[in-house]
Structure formats: C-alpha cells, structure tokens
Write a protein that binds this ligand. Structure first.
Ligand SMILES: C[S@@+](CC[C@H](N)C(=O)[O-])C[C@H]1O[C@@H](n2cnc3c(N)ncnc32)[C@H](O)[C@@H]1O
Length: 209
C-alpha cells in the first residue's frame, strides 16, 4: 500500500532533528522537537491581532512556527532566527514565503536591522537556555528585550521546574517573569514562561489605576 508522503513528513523532520542533536547535543538541546501541545501553549501567549512582528528564536524543524500560524499569526508577521543552516533550510522549505534569518540569536538586533524587520511585539524562544553559558544567555535575552517595545513579551519554554532565565539575569535586565502554563503531555513535560520589562509592568499598573 502506498504511503502518503504528507504523513511521512513529520517522521522525516523528527529524524533530522535527532541527527542534528547527535552532532551537537548542547546546541540543539532536546532529542525531539516540541510536541503539538507545547507548541500551541507557546503560541497561545501571542495576540495575533496586535500589530508588530513575532520573532521566533531557534526554530528547529518549525513546530512552534506551525502553531503560531494555526493560532492566527499571519505568515508575513513572523521571522525565524535559526543558527543551524540545516534547520534554517528545512524551515524555509516547510513554510514558503516565511522570513528565515540564518544566524545567532545573540546578534538579534543586527539581524533584524539588516533584514528591515520591526517593530517587534513578541519574541518566542525555543532556545535551549539551560545548556547555554550564562554570559551568552545574558547577551541573547538582553538583545531580545532591546528589540521588544515596552509592552512586548518574551515567551520561553523549559523542561526545568524553575524559571529558564536565571534570577541574576532577570534582576540585571529588570525582567518580570511568570509561568504561563504547564504542558504535562509533552515529552518531557515542560512549562511556558512569559517575561516583560519591569518598567512595562509599572506602566500597565499606572494605566489601569
Ligand atoms: C530545543 S531546539 C527547539 C526547536 C523548536 N523551536 C522546537 O520547539 O521544536 C533549539 C533550537 O535552537 C537553535 N539554536 C541554538 N542556539 C541558537 C542560537 N544561539 N541562535 C539561534 N538558534 C539557536 C538550535 O539549532 C535548535 O534548532
């Protein structure tokens, strides 16, 4: 019986992910891409109607991109930053017309400036922050917060029971973080965190007072 190639595509992507992980476990940070529920939980943090770009960091095989599109974020409002050229090519092939910037999230401001992308309403990150050295992590998060306006949000998932952004980095950058959801049916179970600049929280409080 012939097998529908559409049904084979996810399997091929998962194998490609596993191969990249075998080559460079720290940079990939997981043996398999995010499952559907985790990707949807990430996308649920974004307001698709609000104006501005959604920047996805570490797109991998594109499962979070797919969830953003399913949640109603227009393709032309999404840009994916992916350092691994194999993944960057895979994502560009999976979503024709999507802006894919092959590069390092630590260079986010430069990448967006050169691509003429902005303003940014949200940064959605699938980066393996826990396996990234603290100095690089600080650089990545600070770049993300720089490109976000006062009301922009950073969304990040983690397999750890605690915040994926360390306290030290949060207090240094003035970030307010909270867990937005648990995704127990992901393998491994994960949670989604949402961060804002503290100054933005204060502005919102003032406005609603
Ligand atoms: C855990 S995978 C997540 C993939 C996908 N977002 C998902 O949830 O299935 C992490 C991804 O981040 C990418 N990555 C790691 N460090 C990066 C960096 N500094 N800049 C851009 N991408 C990076 C890896 O190549 C990999 O695709």
């Amino acid at each position: 019986m012939p097998v529908d190639p559409k049904r084979l595509a996810p399997l091929r992507r998962n194998l490609s992910f596993l191969r990249r992980w075998l080559r460079n476990p720290k940079a990939v940070g997981a043996v398999a891409p995010s499952g559907r529920s985790l990707a949807s939980a990430m996308a649920a943090e974004i307001d698709p109607q609000a104006p501005g770009w959604v920047i996805e960091l570490g797109g991998g095989t594109g499962n979070i991109t797919a969830a953003l599109l399913e949640a109603g974020v227009p393709l032309q409002d999404i840009a994916v930053v992916e350092r691994d050229p194999t993944f960057a090519k895979l994502i560009a092939g999976r979503f024709p017309g999507l802006r894919v910037l092959q590069g390092d999230a630590a260079e986010l401001r430069r990448l967006l400036r050169e691509a003429g992308i902005g303003p940014v309403k949200a940064v959605v990150s699938g980066l393996p922050l826990l396996s990234i050295p603290e100095r690089s992590c600080l650089r990545i998060i600070s770049e993300a917060m720089e490109v976000l306006g006062d009301e922009g949000i950073l969304v990040q998932f983690t397999y750890s029971p605690t915040s994926p952004v360390s306290r030290r980095i949060s207090s240094r950058l003035g970030l307010q973080g909270q867990r937005a959801s648990w995704v127990v049916d992901n393998i491994p179970p994960a949670s989604v965190w949402r961060y804002r600049a503290e100054r933005a929280g204060k502005l919102l409080q003032k406005r609603s007072a």
